[in-house]
Design a protein. Structure first.
Length: 118
């Protein structure tokens, strides 16, 4: 399942698997599913998103910024992302600045999970 809860060392993490999504519709559909999980959550969600090889464009970026301001910031305890190249990390810094979020990028899933549960 592209968006679901996993358990890591006794902690519940919302795992959002965007890996290798190559078309806009798939990315936006999964993003909407992620938003639904957030809206149903308890306001203290630990989230790990894997975006390795995922398609993006300005419309997707705008949607992510919108949800960052309206949904993610209010309902996340900690957020981590893996699969960011150098350019996407620059965009991530801008995203965090514009939305006031603290989404952190990691090179490996293990590093990201350890950060989330710390």
């Amino acid at each position: 399942m592209p968006v679901s809860y996993i358990e890591y060392k006794g902690k519940k993490i919302l795992y959002c698997d965007f890996r290798d999504l190559k078309d806009k519709k798939s990315v936006l559909d999964n993003l909407e599913l992620m938003v639904k999980f957030y809206q149903e959550g308890d306001g203290k969600i630990l989230t790990l998103a894997d975006v390795r090889g995922t398609y993006t464009d300005p419309e997707i970026t705008d949607k992510i910024k919108f949800y960052g301001n309206t949904v993610f910031k209010a309902n996340a305890k900690k957020r981590a992302i893996i699969g960011m190249n150098a350019l996407r990390r620059i965009v991530l810094r801008g995203y965090n600045l514009v939305t006031g979020n603290d989404l952190r990028s990691f090179d490996t899933e293990e590093e990201a999970k350890e950060y989330l549960i710390s």
